[in-house]
Design a protein around this ligand. Structure first.
Ligand code: IVH
Length: 687
C-alpha cells in the first residue's frame, strides 16, 4: 500500500513536472513571438494584459522550478547584478565609422568615386536614415544571444550584454530560422524615440531632477549603466543595419540583409530606399531632410551604402571608414562653440564693429570662425564674455550670428568685454554719437578706414577690380602707396610687381583690370564710394534720377526725398557726403586720374528683362544678399515671391539651392544661376 502510494505520488510528480516543463517552453516561445510582433514588427497580436498574464504565469512556473531557468528566458532580461566595470570585448570584424558628406554635391562625388573605383557604369545603393544613437554588436550562437558590446574604439568595445538584454526589441533567442546559424554577429543602433525621451524628461522634471540633454545622450548613458535595472527602466530600442561574421548562411546584399534579419526576429528600420542613380541618392537625402521633423526618432543624416557585399569587399576600407559607404549629414542650423576673442574691425565710415572670433565649427555645412556682434549694446544684451560657450546659427541667410551665451557652462575664467576708447588702427579717440549705438573713429585718414573703403570700391558690385584682395590692400596702404581712391589708378606695373606675393604677371593683370575699371557706370561709382545708407539699389535710383555726378552733388535734400523709396536719412547722408571737403578731394582726384563715368541708360524701367516678371530666389548669393537682389529687381519692375508656382517666370538659384530649384525643374521654369541673373540685372557689367 505504502509502496503503491509512493509509486503513485512519484508518477503524479513525473506527470506534473513534464507538464510544467512543456508549459514553460511553450510560454517562452509564445512570449518571444509576441516580443517580436510588438517590438520588431510594431504589430501586437494580443492585448497588453494578456501578455502580462503569460509573463506572470512563466514567472510563477520558474519560481517553482528554479533549476529550469535559463539565461535566454524572457524573465531573465534583468538578471545580472550590478557590475563594477565593463569587461572588454574584441570585435571579430572591426566596427568602422563612416566618412561624411556635407552636401548633395559631395554625395554625387561619392557615387562617381565608387563607379570609377569599381569600374561599374551604375551602382545600386541602399539609403537609410542615420539614426542618432550608439552602435552596438550582438553575437548569437545557434540563435542564442551570448554577448553584446559597444563599438568602443572599433576594435574593442565594452561588454554591455546585461544591459542589452533589458531591451525588449532585442531577442534573447532568435526564431528557428535564426537558430540554424552557427554564428551571427549583427550590428545596429541603440536609440530612444523622441516621444519616449520627452516622457522621461517630464518624469524627471516632476521629480525635481535635471533633464537629459538629448535622446542620444540618454541612450548612451543608459546603455553604460553598471546596474542593468537602471537600463531596464529606460525606453531603449534597437535597429539593426549591418552584420559582422555570419556562419551558416550567405547574405549577399543590404536589401537581403534588411529582409532576412526580421525573419530571424531582429529589428530593422523599415524606412530605406534602393537607389540606382546619384539622383535617387540625392532625392532620398532631400526627402529625409524634409521629413526629419516628423520621424519618431532623431536623425542627423542619411547613410548611403553599396548594396552588393561583393562590391563592398572590392572597394575596401581606408583608415577607419569603409570606402563603400558614406554618411550624408544634414546641415545643422545651430552649433555650440567657444568665443575665443572679440576683436574690433574699423569700417569705411569709421564705425567700430566688434567681431567674435570663434573656435571653428560647422553650421549648415559651412565652417564658421567669426561672427559680427554689431555693437556694444548687442554684447551686453546677450551677456557675452570672452571664453564663453556660445550658440551660433546660420539661419536662412548667409551671415552667421551668435544667438546666446551659455552662462551655465562658465568656469570663472571668462572675461567681460569693453569697447576701446581709441581707434585700434590709428589711435585717435573714438566717439559715440548721439542716438547711435556705434562708436566711431572720426579720422578720415585712418588706415583701417582707407583699407575698407578701397575694399568696397573694388568689390564686385562696385568697380569690380578682380585681383585686389585684402593682403594687397594692406600693403598698398601701409606703404603709403594709396592714400586716396584715385591713387589706385596711379599704380604702375613696376611698383606692384615689387610687392609681396606679386610678380610681373599678376602686376600686369592688375594694371589691366584697373585700366578697364576706369570706365564705370554712375550707379556703380556711387555704390563704390561707400556713401552711408547708399547700397547698390539706392545707387541705381540716384543715378537714374540725377544722370550725372555733378548734378547729384548739387541736388538738394528735399528733391532727393521725392525719389520713391529714398527717405530723409538717405537724402541727408547723400547731401552730407558731397558737402564734406575730404570727399570732394577724393572725387576731384578720381576725375583727375581719368575716371570715365558712363551715364545711366535713359528712361525708367518701362522695359527690360524684369518688367512684370515674378521671381523666386533660392540658395545663397555671393555678391549681395537676397534682400538686396530682391530690392534691385523690384525697382526694375519685378515681383519677388516666396514659392514656386506655374506663374513664376524665373527661379534664381544661388549656392546650395533648396527644394525651390527642384520645383522649378519639375515645372519647367527657367532656372538662372547667380552669374546669369547678374548678367540680366546688369548687362554692361562686363563691358
Ligand atoms: S552602417 C561601416 N547604417 O553611424 C559602418 N550606420 O559614423 C556601418 N549609424 O557607427 C554603419 N545609422 O553608429 C549604418 N543606418 C545606419 C546607421 C549607422 C546610424 C551610425 C553608426 C556608425 C555611425 C557611423
Amino acid at each position: 500500500m505504502t509502496g503503491y502510494n509512493r509509486g503513485a505520488t512519484l508518477s503524479y510528480w513525473v506527470t506534473v513536472v513534464s507538464d510544467d516543463r512543456l508549459e514553460i517552453e511553450k510560454l517562452r516561445r509564445e512570449i518571444g513571438r509576441h516580443n517580436v510582433s510588438y517590438h520588431v514588427l510594431d504589430r501586437p497580436e494580443i492585448a497588453d494584459a494578456e501578455y502580462d498574464s503569460l509573463f506572470s504565469r512563466l514567472i510563477e512556473l520558474e519560481r517553482l522550478h528554479p533549476e529550469w531557468v535559463t539565461p535566454d528566458s524572457p524573465t531573465q532580461r534583468v538578471g545580472a547584478a550590478p557590475a563594477k566595470e565593463f569587461a572588454q570585448v574584441a570585435h571579430r570584424v572591426p566596427m568602422l565609422s563612416l566618412a561624411n558628406a556635407y552636401s548633395e554635391g559631395e554625395l554625387r562625388e561619392f557615387d562617381e568615386r565608387m563607379r570609377g573605383l569599381l569600374g561599374e557604369d551604375a551602382i545600386v545603393y541602399v539609403a537609410e536614415p542615420k539614426l542618432d544613437g550608439l552602435s552596438v554588436e550582438l553575437v548569437y550562437e545557434r540563435g542564442v544571444l551570448i554577448s553584446g558590446s559597444t563599438r568602443g574604439d572599433g576594435a574593442t568595445g565594452e561588454d554591455v550584454t546585461a544591459n542589452l538584454r533589458t531591451i525588449r526589441s532585442i531577442p534573447l533567442r532568435l526564431n528557428e530560422d535564426g537558430a540554424k546559424l552557427a554564428l551571427l554577429e549583427v550590428r545596429g543602433e541603440v536609440y530612444i524615440e523622441k516621444d519616449a525621451f520627452r516622457a522621461v524628461n517630464d518624469r524627471r522634471a516632476a521629480e525635481g531632477q535635471p533633464p537629459f540633454a538629448n535622446p542620444r545622450n540618454l541612450a548612451a548613458g543608459s546603455l553604460r549603466q553598471l546596474d542593468p535595472r537602471v537600463t531596464a527602466g529606460r525606453p531603449l530600442r534597437m535597429a539593426c543595419y549591418d552584420v559582422g561574421t555570419v556562419v551558416g548562411r550567405t547574405i549577399s546584399t543590404q536589401q537581403e540583409l534588411l529582409t532576412t534579419l526580421p525573419q530571424f526576429g531582429l529589428p530593422v528600420n523599415p524606412l530605406f530606399a534602393v537607389c540606382t542613380t546619384s539622383d535617387d541618392v540625392v532625392a532620398f537625402y532631400r526627402r529625409m531632410q524634409e521629413e526629419r521633423e516628423g520621424l519618431p526618432y532623431e536623425t542627423d543624416g542619411v547613410v548611403i551604402k553599396i548594396d552588393r557585399l561583393d562590391l563592398r569587399r572590392a572597394a575596401g576600407t581606408v583608415s577607419r571608414s569603409p570606402r563603400w559607404a558614406v554618411a550624408g549629414k544634414f546641415p545643422a542650423e545651430r552649433a555650440v562653440t567657444r568665443l575665443l576673442d572679440i576683436v574690433i574691425s574699423v569700417g569705411r565710415t569709421g564705425v567700430l564693429t566688434p567681431v567674435a572670433s570663434l573656435e571653428p565649427v560647422r553650421v549648415r555645412g559651412v565652417e564658421i570662425s567669426s561672427a559680427t556682434l554689431h555693437n556694444e549694446d548687442d554684447i551686453r544684451a546677450k551677456d557675452l564674455r570672452v571664453g564663453d560657450r556660445v550658440v551660433v546659427q546660420r539661419a536662412g541667410d548667409v551671415i552667421p550670428q551668435i544667438t546666446a551665451s551659455l552662462p551655465e557652462l562658465r568656469d570663472g575664467n571668462e572675461r567681460l568685454f569693453s569697447m576701446p576708447s581709441t581707434c585700434p588702427s590709428c589711435g585717435s579717440p573714438v566717439v559715440r554719437l548721439e542716438d547711435e549705438a556705434a562708436w566711431r573713429c572720426l579720422n578720415t585718414t585712418c588706415p583701417a578706414r582707407i583699407k575698407q573703403s578701397i575694399w568696397h570700391f573694388a568689390s564686385k558690385g562696385a568697380l569690380d577690380v578682380d585681383g585686389l584682395g585684402g593682403k594687397l590692400i594692406d600693403q598698398l596702404v601701409d606703404r603709403g602707396l594709396v592714400v586716396r581712391l584715385g591713387d589706385l589708378f596711379r599704380l604702375d606695373r613696376g611698383t606692384l610687381a615689387a610687392l609681396d606675393r606679386m610678380g610681373p604677371k599678376s602686376a600686369d593683370n592688375l594694371v589691366q583690370v584697373l585700366d578697364r575699371a576706369r570706365s564705370v557706370s554712375l550707379a556703380r561709382l556711387l555704390y563704390g564710394l561707400g556713401i552711408p545708407e547708399v547700397g547698390a539699389a539706392t545707387a541705381e535710383l540716384l543715378a537714374r534720377r540725377a544722370g550725372f555726378l555733378d548734378r547729384l552733388s548739387e541736388t538738394p535734400r528735399e528733391e532727393l526725398e521725392t525719389i520713391p523709396s529714398i527717405g530723409p536719412r538717405t537724402a541727408e547722408a547723400v547731401v552730407d557726403y558731397f558737402a564734406n571737403k575730404e570727399n570732394q578731394k577724393t572725387l576731384a582726384d578720381l576725375l583727375a586720374v581719368g575716371l570715365h563715368i558712363t551715364p545711366p541708360a535713359a528712361g525708367p524701367a518701362a522695359e527690360g528683362p524684369f518688367v512684370g516678371k515674378r521671381l523666386v530666389f533660392t540658395g545663397t548669393l555671393s555678391v549681395m544678399t537676397r534682400d538686396e537682389a530682391a530690392r534691385r529687381v523690384q525697382e526694375l519692375g519685378a515681383t519677388v515671391v516666396g514659392s514656386v508656382s506655374r506663374r513664376t517666370d524665373y527661379v534664381v538659384a544661388g549656392a546650395e539651392p533648396g527644394a525651390k530649384a527642384d520645383a522649378a525643374r519639375d515645372l519647367g521654369i527657367p532656372l538662372l544661376s547667380e552669374a546669369e541673373f547678374f548678367d540680366l540685372l546688369d548687362p554692361h557689367a562686363h563691358d
